[in-house]
Design a binder for this molecule. Sequence first.
Ligand code: 5GP
Length: 192
Amino acid sequence: MNTLEKMILDKALVLDGGILKVDMFLNHQIDPHLIMSMGKDFHEHFKNREITKVLTVEASGIPIALATALEFDVPVVFAKKGRNKNVGPDVYTSQVYSYTKGEPYEINIFKKYLTADDKVLFIDDFLANGAAAKGILDIVGQAGATLMGVGIAIEKGFQDGGALLRGMGIDLYSLAIIEAMEPGKITLREHE
Ligand code: 5GP
């Protein structure tokens, strides 16, 4: 069992509505040792692939993406959420349906920070239905860049995102996969 999995079992809370609350170590208060070890773990999995950029979505993905990008020695680019005043010819944009907020939002990335030469690793804190990943895939496609893989801290294995991405032939690597959860009980998927 890795450190993230231990922390999930020790500290995470399951809220009504299928939300796992991990803001005591991952996305409000942040455990820097955990984040740095996650970067090393993602690097170990993807190190044989050429990666030129780590992409994520603000805000919770940024620390994990940064730790990963440091290992690859490449920049991080995070998609900004919400309508960008500069939306226009200089910006790639896509619509994402927010699982936690229950409404759509826009993500955007300046074209100058993602080009057809880029080989992209997408990193995020959670994978639920895959909406954020689909938005990033859309933007990677608009840029003519290449998606080399997807690294997720916590995959909710009982939702559709994992099957969607693996079904597309994407190399999806999740550090922890939640098999099932209910208030007071979290079941993790065993590693293969
Ligand atoms: P998806 O786009 O795959 O449906 O959902 C992933 C996004 O929704 C993540 O970037 C994360 O911000 C948020 N999310 C989905 N499920 C959870 C959850 O159980 N807990 C938390 N904290 N965020 C979640």
